[in-house]
Design a protein around this ligand. Structure first.
Ligand code: NAD
Length: 501
């Protein structure tokens, strides 16, 4: 009998469901079945795969509410946030099905030298047969499918291993793929870390989203197996507020960027640097807005803005960061303590913070906004870059040319100017973590599909004499001829081409 584990509601700790703990045999059997189905999936061509993906999009939309309810039951998200993941995935399907044929088209490079003059050269994009997608708990549906959809579109089969804290909505969404009668190239395997490790050993490409700690373990194992990995890891995103910022918009963005999903976004605002002239106004606006946030266990009628944290471990990290900051001199202007029940932590604003505090250096992943006053742009840039992470950042200033100049100085894979998380909705740009925030990227237009492909060169002779001049037997005459032709076509300047100098 397959072992199981219990999924708990983070809002009140009650059990939500029992889920199989898939072991090595289950993963091996699933991998075998996926590998069997994949060649036909690839061979049917992009147009046919796109047809299945569009059908799946319709299924996701038809089941949007029930998926959101499942997601809410295991994440504790407010209803507003529980309902954004299906539309996100729908947009990913629309984007890749619209442009995918062009992104995956064969290339036929022109000949560039004498040898290739008589050949037909083609580059094909052939998918990795089996892509493994391992996901965290913060966006369980979106993170599984925003990577799963381009991998499927590219012609790969996909095995998803969702987080043990939030497997239910991923399981339900993958069941939809079978429900529409699509080829059996998408499977969900549930379990904890060891199941993920077995998945890493079973696939040809690992797409991982999660902590930097686990990413490092996965990358080391993938290196041993010589399979590629793409890692989307943690962050410590900085927000830089310049002295000409629209302070009201920046403050609203800081509160949303810091508290959205209870601060459990890889791209959450985790630290804010505000230039001295606008610091007081910025802080007072942030505090006023945070104090108005409604926190609680939501149902389906939008009563709350902020939900619980995802689990006890997350709660203790947040608590430790705030306690460490206070012990080192920080002032709490809002929140600062856990809620009455479940894994709630009050939306918190900290000032008088510095880089000796955990809340400014480690990923907090909770509803905590530490704000620091800085003297000038150089100090803001220096502090923003003083981090092991480099996922994303934002810069706020009415002079957008100046703000963009500041953006160029930041060590982060994405920078939004006068906006929050806007890059996440722009599929033609990459989401790429720098430094400890990742390896590789997702999206970036054609590259977002091509990353799941191995390039295959096919070079075909168009002229077929019995033997080519560079084949056996070697002779002085042939050698002189070949060298003369090579030199004539490769050298620059007539005298050099003719071998006269
Ligand atoms: P985690 O690393 O603990 O777990 C992520 C997944 O890895 C889970 O499914 C887990 O079961 C699996 N896993 C654990 N050990 C494994 C192993 N040895 N081999 C294979 N799989 C293993 O991360 P988490 O706590 O679930 O998620 C939070 C983290 O995710 C944060 O650091 C956050 O910043 C990051 N994140 C990053 C992005 C991004 O796009 N950069 C997006 C969302 C979340």
């Amino acid at each position: 009998m397959t072992a199981t584990f219990t999924v708990l509601s983070p809002a009140d700790g009650t059990p939500v469901a029992e889920v199989p703990e898939h072991g090595p045999e289950d993963v091996a059997a699933a991998a075998e079945a996926l590998r069997q189905a994949q060649p036909e999936w690839e061979a049917m061509g992009f147009a046919e795969r796109a047809r299945w993906l569009r059908k799946y999009r319709d299924w996701l939309l038809d089941n949007e509410t029930s998926l959101a309810k499942t997601l809410q039951s295991e994440t504790g998200k407010p209803w507003f946030e529980a309902t954004v993941e299906v539309p996100y995935v729908v947009e990913v399907i629309n984007y890749y099905t619209k442009h995918g044929a062009r992104f995956l088209a064969d290339e036929t490079p022109r000949p560039h030298n004498a040898i290739t003059m008589t050949k037909r050269t083609q580059v094909l994009l052939r998918p990795y047969p089996l892509v493994g997608i391992i996901t965290p708990w913060n966006f369980p549906l979106a993170l599984a499918l925003m990577d799963g959809v381009p991998a499927l579109a590219a012609g790969a089969a996909v095995m998803v291993k969702p987080s043990e804290f939030t497997p239910l909505v991923t399981e339900a969404a993958v069941a939809g793929w079978a429900e529409i009668g699509a080829p059996p190239v998408l499977a969900c395997l549930t379990g904890r870390g060891p199941t993920g490790a077995v998945v890493v050993d079973a696939v040809d490409f690992v797409q991982f989203t999660g902590s930097t700690r686990t990413g490092r373990v996965i990358a080391a194992r993938a290196a041993e197996r010589l399979v590629p990995v793409s890692l989307e890891l943690g962050g410590k995103d900085a927000m830089v507020v310049l002295d000409d910022a629209d302070v009201e918009r920046a403050a609203n963005a800081a509160v949303w960027g810091g508290m959205c999903n209870s601060g459990q976004m890889c791209t959450s605002v985790e630290r804010v640097y505000v230039l001295e002239p606008v610091y007081d106004e910025f802080v007072s606006r942030v505090v006023a807005t945070v104090r108005k946030l409604r926190q609680g266990r939501d149902d389906q009628n939008y009563r709350y803005d902020v939900g619980s944290l995802a689990n006890d471990n997350q709660l203790s990290i947040v608590e430790r960061h705030v306690q460490d900051a206070v012990a080192k001199g920080a002032t709490v202007l809002a929140g600062g303590k856990r809620g009455a029940s479940g894994t709630f932590y009050e939306p918190t604003v900290l000032v008088d913070v510095h880089h000796g505090m955990a809340c400014m250096r480690e990923e907090t992943f909770g509803p905590v906004l530490p704000i620091m006053k800085v003297a000038d742009v150089d100090e803001a840039v220096r502090l923003a870059n003083d981090s092991g992470y480099g996922l994303s950042a934002s810069v706020w200033g009415k002079d957008t040319a100046r703000a963009e100049q500041v953006a160029r100085r930041l060590e982060a894979g994405s920078v939004n100017v006068n906006d929050m998380f806007a890059n996440l909705f722009a599929l033609p740009v990459p989401q790429a973590g720098w430094k400890q925030s990742g390896l590789g990227y997702r999206n970036w237009g054609a590259a977002g599909l091509r990353k799941y492909c191995r390039p295959q060169a096919i070079v075909t002779a168009r002229v077929t004499p019995a033997a080519e001049p560079i084949w056996y037997p070697y002779s002085p005459v042939k050698s002189r001829l070949v060298r003369k032709v090579m030199r004539f076509t490769m050298a620059r300047g007539l005298l050099r081409r003719l071998g006269l100098r």
